[in-house]
Design a protein around this ligand. Structure first.
Ligand code: EPZ
Length: 428
């Protein structure tokens, strides 16, 4: 059922919120279960999200028995797996491509329909395929699907043209059963990759250098069952920090790993709002303080995260002065700009750069989410705007934020989800 969110803005958010487990850490860890043979992987602190259920369904189609027990998952992997992934599930979620590496390593073959692009870019997987080929896989494209097979994977040195998160994860998982050592250079350094590597080490893999940009994987031939924990979601944490800031409130975000949010914290502090740090919590206090515009450029970790760019751009629309926001990771991650302008924001797009001139107030409007983080950004803008905002396309938000409305209501946000008859009452 399609739904919309009605937001009555203008009230400051105050109180405490606890972050969920990280979606982008849980997805590769769940895919890594495919490396086990006749064994079980238990994963704790898994968020209850659409994307997680899609990955669970995908693994079930491959032969894995998947059980959800509150925020845990129990994955029992059989001796033999199906190696062909269903198009319906792969096209529903790009992260399905993360089963390619483990399937190839475990079964010596895999068929994966090419995941489509999405609103933020074409999202190719050429770097994934280039790395798997270097490991010895034969890759063919047949009717829009990747057909990969390898009698044997041999450890080698792989240089990534771009520190792609997904490519690093897929190659690291494929290298687990390769003969000899694999070195991944210019590897991505995101905390979610470290979480995956920690899970693989608990299964018995020998992996060094994760987080440094040069990862060493020593091939092994058998893994053991284990239990792993998912790290807190640094992007959800950043989203709620911005929620406190944009509504001029005081919000404490708990269950945070401070070392994962350095860039977000630094930029928020630069605006002039008060930030209080505790061991694993952050309090944003934006009550009666000026908030000035700041500029930033999104970069691979540890740079400012692209997944926080839409939310921060929304914040800058009501900051004093001009902010220059440059998006360097995705080629078209500015679809939220036109929607923010419907709410009275003053933004000029120049290629991959948004020039934001702060205005005193945003106005409520009917807007549509085009992707997960753009959706979150529009909700934040609605909370700050005068009168009422309607956000369509909530399905995007449900993919990445567990109980988003409930958490906002617990902070005093006036938000309500209603069914949306897409024809007739929607903006399009
Ligand atoms: C992961 O996507 C995240 N998703 C994204 O989060 C996140 O925005 C992104 O990393 C960057 O941090 C998951 O972890 C499930 P990339 P991924 O490969 O792995 C290009 C969210 O909102 N590229 O690092 O797909 C690509 O087109 C989502 O939670 C190639 O050209 O990101 C993009 O421009 C959105 N060829 C850039 O690299 C490739 O083979 C970064 O992509 C792979 C990537």
């Amino acid at each position: 059922m399609r739904s919309k969110m009605i937001i009555r803005g203008g009230k400051s958010l105050n109180g405490e919120v606890t972050t969920q487990g990280a979606k982008n850490a849980a997805l590769p860890v769940i895919a890594a279960a495919l490396l086990l043979k006749g064994k079980t992987l238990k994963v704790k602190h898994v968020p209850k999200l659409e994307d997680i259920y899609t990955m669970a369904d995908l693994l079930r189609q491959l032969g894995v028995e998947v059980r959800h027990v509150d925020h845990s998952m129990v994955l029992s992997v059989p001796e033999d797996l199906c190696w062909e992934t269903p198009k319906a599930l792969v096209s529903k979620m790009r992260a399905s491509s993360l089963v390619l590496g483990p399937l190839l390593a475990r079964m010596g073959k895999a068929i994966l329909p090419l995941p489509g692009g999405c609103a933020i870019g074409s999202r190719p997987i050429d770097l994934h395929l280039k790395g798997l080929t270097k490991l010895g896989a034969e890759i063919d494209l047949v009717h829009g699907a990747v057909h990969a097979q390898a009698k044997e994977l041999k450890g080698t040195r792989i240089y990534l043209d771009f520190p792609s998160v997904g490519a690093t994860e897929n190659i690291m998982m494929a290298a687990v059963f390769a003969k000899g050592e694999t070195i991944i250079e210019n590897a991505a350094r995101e905390p979610e990759i470290t979480n995956l590597a920690d899970a693989l080490k608990l299964m018995g893999c020998k992996i060094e250098g994760v987080g440094t940009g040069i990862i060493h994987v020593e091939g092994t031939d058998n893994l053991n069952e284990t239990e792993v924990e998912i790290i807190p979601d640094r992007i959800e944490a950043g989203t709620f920090m911005v929620a406190g800031a944009i509504t001029r409130g005081k919000v404490k975000v708990k269950n945070v790993m401070l070392e994962h949010i350095d860039a977000t914290l630094a930029k928020l502090e630069e605006t002039g709002i008060n930030i209080e740090i505790e061991q694993n919590a952050v309090t944003v206090d934006a009550r009666d303080c000026k908030m000035k515009g700041v500029s930033l450029k999104t970069l691979p970790y540890p740079g400012f995260p692209t997944d926080m760019q839409p939310q921060f751009t929304a914040l800058m629309t009501i900051a004093e002065g001009t902010s220059v926001i440059k998006e360097t990771v995705f080629e078209s991650r500015f679809l939220h700009i036109s929607e923010l302008k419907c709410m009275g924001a003053n933004i000029e797009l120049q290629g991959n750069t948004a020039i934001v001139n702060g205005v005193s107030k945003l106005k409520g409007a009917e807007v549509r989410a085009t992707d997960l983080r753009a959706g979150a950004a529009l909700v934040l803008a609605g909370l700050a705007a005068e009168d009422e905002t309607t956000v369509y396309g909530l399905g995007h938000i449900r993919r990445g934020y567990e109980n988003f409305e409930d958490k906002l209501r617990s902070l005093g946000g006036e938000v309500e989800e209603l069914p949306s008859e897409e024809n007739g009452d929607s903006k399009w």
